[in-house]
Design a protein around this ligand. Structure first.
Ligand SMILES: NC(=O)c1ccc[n+]([C@@H]2O[C@H](COP(=O)([O-])OP(=O)(O)OC[C@H]3O[C@@H](n4cnc5c(N)ncnc54)[C@H](OP(=O)(O)O)[C@@H]3O)[C@@H](O)[C@H]2O)c1
Length: 219
């Protein structure tokens, strides 16, 4: 499958690297197609480098792993028509610096989310909020965390969520019983709001190889 990765940070690298390893054609997008980060990644991995708009056009499926506070303005450079009908997996969290704190805060609160705004900005896309509640190394290798643990998916299109769950199982090793569908895209409010607690746990643990385990949940 052709996969577009919007983002050159550690999340973009982890997802793009795993997708290349799994035999997909991957284009990683950046603000500039010639940026050092994206051209170096392409040389190293055998993937392709592009600007965000090119990567969005290229992918049959697109991951958005942008700086969360800047994601909406960044997405303006892509042609919404280029992703119409495609699955866009929004992995970003809208983190913003918080004065006087070592940990960031969230740009949106209980009544809005980045996931919803990505769907509104790309109305023809089938946006699925996923993978934003765990570390990027665990995203592509769930075995890093022992025992049962879960991730959450949210989105308006049930078929898109089924396709994403299948992709995560096949390509990244997330068995179906580890993926919890938490509802439509407004549920991104809840999954993004897990971030303040995740960051406190990370600070206390001193590592990121942990994840959520929802005991006893039966839909
Ligand atoms: N780190 C994790 O394990 C983890 C886990 C779950 C979710 N997340 C979320 O995933 C997203 C990606 O995280 P990340 O650490 O990989 O990358 P990041 O540093 O948060 O974002 C990097 C990407 O954002 C783009 N960007 C656009 N405008 C920008 C601006 N004004 N300033 C800075 N960057 C800008 C960069 O473009 P260029 O390529 O042009 O530089 C780059 O592609 C974040 O929203 C994060 O909260 C992270």
């Amino acid at each position: 499958m052709r996969i577009g990765i919007l983002g050159t940070g550690m999340v973009g690298e982890a997802l793009a690297g795993k997708c290349v390893e799994r035999g997909h054609e991957v284009m990683m997008g950046s603000r500039s197609a010639n940026s050092e980060s994206v051209t170096r990644w392409a040389e190293r991995s055998g993937g392709r480098a592009g600007a965000f708009a090119e990567a969005a056009r290229f992918g049959e499926m697109v991951f958005s792993c942008l700086n969360g506070a800047r994601a909406l303005e960044t997405l303006q450079v892509i042609d919404a028509e280029a992703v119409a009908g495609k699955i866009v997996i929004d992995v970003s969290n809208p983190l913003v610096p918080l004065a006087g704190s070592a940990l960031p805060s969230l740009k949106y609160g209980v009544d809005n989310s980045l996931g919803e705004q990505v769907q509104a900005a790309l109305p023809g896309a089938r946006v699925v909020k996923a993978l934003n509640t765990l570390n990027c190394q665990v995203m592509v290798d769930p075995g890093r965390v022992p025992g049962m643990h879960h991730l959450f998916i949210a989105g308006n299109d049930p078929d898109a969520k089924t396709e994403v769950a299948g992709f995560l199982e096949r390509e990244f090793g997330w068995s179906a019983d580890r993926i919890i569908d938490v509802g439509d895209i407004t549920s991104a409010r809840a999954t993004e709001l897990l971030m303040p607690l995740w960051m406190r746990l990370w600070q206390a643990a001193g590592h990121a190889d942990f994840n959520w385990h929802i005991a006893g949940y039966r839909p």
